[in-house]
Design a binder for this molecule. Structure first.
Ligand SMILES: Nc1ccn([C@@H]2O[C@H](COP(=O)(O)OP(=O)(O)OP(=O)(O)O)[C@@H](O)[C@H]2O)c(=O)n1
Ligand SMILES: C[C@](O)(CO)[C@H](O)COP(=O)(O)O
Length: 229
């Protein structure tokens, strides 16, 4: 089965608060989105990548990759107002009968190893969703008429969900034919909404999503550590 990646990078980056969308900010001198693209290029020789970008950044992103040897492996399309819409736009370009990995453009510390395991999981199980355990204690908040109460939650059975989330394309296309619901935070939630269970696999604690300025500091430190190995 052909392997295709949809890298969604059409968000506004509100929580980062930078003028330039966070997917284009520099990490150790290189735009975040290039780290993400290059991990997929390294993981799967010849992979086709669909890059979903803000309409007004398409031209800029093309200039970032114009001198890269892999530029012909990239297809560009504009995103939508929600992550669900952005994935839908990418999925429209995915051929039937392929394996598709959907990845956040801002999870730039993704490793080729995780990408390969993700495609392998989807090939054998139909889906592969990387998860990691929770380190902190957890509490559920119960709103009251006045104020709130809370109670602790057993973290043993809780996992944090990452990307890439990989699927057989027939399954993911069928799931994304559904109308949008607010509970759709990722591909797994969309697939589950049509009654199809998803297969979990081990993620990578370093595969963080660059969301706020602090995450840039962490990512720089991880890159420095990798450069020393
Ligand atoms: N309409 C959207 C929203 C998000 N994304 C992408 O989905 C990934 C995860 O989203 P998030 O980190 O929340 O990015 P933003 O939506 O950009 O951030 P914020 O919520 O702070 O505005 C990012 O790579 C982002 O670019 C997208 O392609 N299209
Ligand atoms: C897809 C995701 O990265 C999985 O953890 C996450 O749900 C994206 O959430 P966001 O609110 O769009 O950042």
């Amino acid at each position: 089965m052909d392997k295709i990646a949809i890298i969604v990078a059409a968000g506004a980056g509100t929580r980062m608060g930078s003028d330039l969308p966070k997917q284009f900010l520099l990490l150790a001198g290189k735009p975040i989105i290039l780290y993400t693209i290059e991990a997929f290029i390294q993981a799967v020789p010849g992979i086709k990548i669909i890059l979903v970008l803000p309409q007004n950044q398409l031209a800029y992103c093309k200039t970032l990759v114009q001198n890269q040897a892999y530029k012909d492996q990239l297809t560009f399309t504009a995103g939508g107002n929600t992550r669900f819409q952005s994935v839908s736009h990418g999925l429209a370009l995915v051929p039937e009968g392929s394996l598709v990995a959907v990845h956040d453009g801002v999870r730039c510390l993704i490793t080729p190893d995780l990408i390969k395991r993700s495609f392998a999981g989807a090939a054998s199980k139909g889906s592969a969703i990387p998860v990691v355990p929770v380190s902190d204690s957890l509490r559920a908040i119960i709103p009251q008429e006045e104020g709130q109460t809370s109670h602790s939650i057993d973290r043993e059975n809780i996992r944090m969900v990452q990307t890439p989330q990989s699927f057989k394309s027939t399954l993911l296309k069928k799931a994304f034919a559904r109308p949008y619901e607010n509970s759709f935070t990722d591909e797994a939630s969309v697939v589950e909404a049509m009654g199809q269970p998803v297969y979990l696999m081990e993620g990578d604690p370093k595969n963080i999503k660059i969301t706020r300025p602090f995450d840039l500091i962490v990512a720089e430190a991880v890159l420095q550590q990798r450069a020393q190995v």
